[in-house]
Design a protein around this ligand. Structure first.
Ligand code: PMP
Length: 340
């Protein structure tokens, strides 16, 4: 018999998938790490598992304890599923702008969901700060205690990628990887994978793919944290240097507008059968930019962060796209003309 002892053992060891069109376009081999194949359908299952395991090991999280977190959704889904498997309750604070599908998934996973208005980090009512204060209060009042997962500044997050995702990419490419690139939410994925790859070969180029409205592209190119524009992508776009991004070995940064990332997402679904969320579009568009920068013949890896059905009401909704003045692919509006 071959089986996993539980859902936790099914997190990670995701396949690398060749992205055919991006590879043909650039003359490079562009590979996507299929993180949407994790049990919670996103890259954040890994961070959730490492954060919870670290809190248990430190003695901060005790049986029957509560996990509190502020999240754009995916980390919450990971925490809720891992929490269920290990017997912890989860309380999730989420900005009300995030997709309905993620909120529905959180509720069905049994998380207690608190929706708050989306306000900048500097505002004390920002979702991250609300979750931190709530965790502090519950730590004192809950009979079995409570922890704040604190994915942005808890480096157990990037450690998860340094110990698992990065080494997996190295082994799957047999060390023949020339570049890695992805976007930043907390920075755990980029920093953790970047560190793991640089430890093995310092010549591997590590790239940041930043959406519009984030401040890191400006930080890594001019030294100033400055944001312009906006993006409909969720889960990425950072305005400060989190503890997870601090010290990340970044060689090159690109700024990717939605108008460049969305056609990539639509093409990946229509021509390669890959149904992905918006941040994966920023990542693959970033991989194409890095491939063009390095030139033909290189192998470049990026992350396919989460599954597209999570954004059916937004990214894949013609009315939503039209309202945002974004391109609508023809097949999305196609109605059957077949008379059965
Ligand atoms: N894409 C999506 C859809 C996400 O939810 C996240 C996590 N916030 C990321 C990318 C970025 O990952 P990280 O937090 O490791 O930077």
């Amino acid at each position: 018999m071959t089986f996993k002892p539980d859902i936790l053992a099914a997190i990670g060891n995701t396949p690398l998938i060749k992205l055919r069109r991006a590879s043909e376009l650039t003359g490079c081999t562009i590979l996507g790490k299929a993180e949407f194949m994790n049990p919670g359908q996103s890259v954040k299952d890994r961070a959730a598992l490492f954060i919870i395991q670290d809190a248990i090991e430190r003695g901060a999280l005790r049986p029957g304890g509560v996990i509190v977190e502020g999240t754009a959704g995916n980390t919450g889904i990971g925490l809720a599923l891992v929490g269920n498997a290990l017997g912890f309750r989860t309380i999730i604070v989420i900005p009300d702008t995030q997709s309905q599908e993620k909120k529905d998934m959180l509720r069905l996973a049994g998380a207690e969901l608190i929706e708050v208005p989306a306000v900048p980090y500097a505002n004390p009512n920002n979702y991250v700060k609300v979750s931190g204060r709530l965790a502090e209060r519950l730590a004192a009042s809950e009979p079995n205690g409570a922890i704040w997962a604190n994915q942005f500044d808890n480096v157990a997050n990037r450690q998860g990628h340094r110990e698992t995702t990065g080494p997996e990419i190295w082994e799957q490419t047999e060390g023949k990887v020339d570049g890695f690139i992805c976007a930043v939410g907390t920075g755990g994925t980029l920093a953790g994978i970047g560190m793991a790859l640089k430890e093995r070969n310092p010549k591997i180029a590590i790239g940041l793919a930043d959406p519009m409205g984030a401040a890191l592209y400006s930080y890594f190119t001019t030294g100033e944290l400055k944001a312009t524009g906006s993006s409909i992508t969720e889960g990425i776009g950072q305005g400060r240097i989190t503890k997870n991004i601090e010290g990340a070995p970044i060689d090159i940064a690109f700024q990717i507008p939605d108008e460049e990332a969305l056609p990539v997402i639509f093409d990946l679904l229509q021509f390669e059968g890959l149904c992905l969320g918006g941040s994966s579009g920023i990542n693959v568009a970033g991989a194409i930019r890095l491939a063009k920068h390095l030139g033909p013949g290189h192998t470049i890896v990026t992350v396919l962060c989460d599954y597209g059905t999570r954004y059916q009401s937004k990214l894949f909704n013609p009315d939503f796209l039209r309202a945002k003045n974004l391109p609508v692919p023809a097949w999305l509006e196609r109605k059957s003309t077949i008379d059965p």
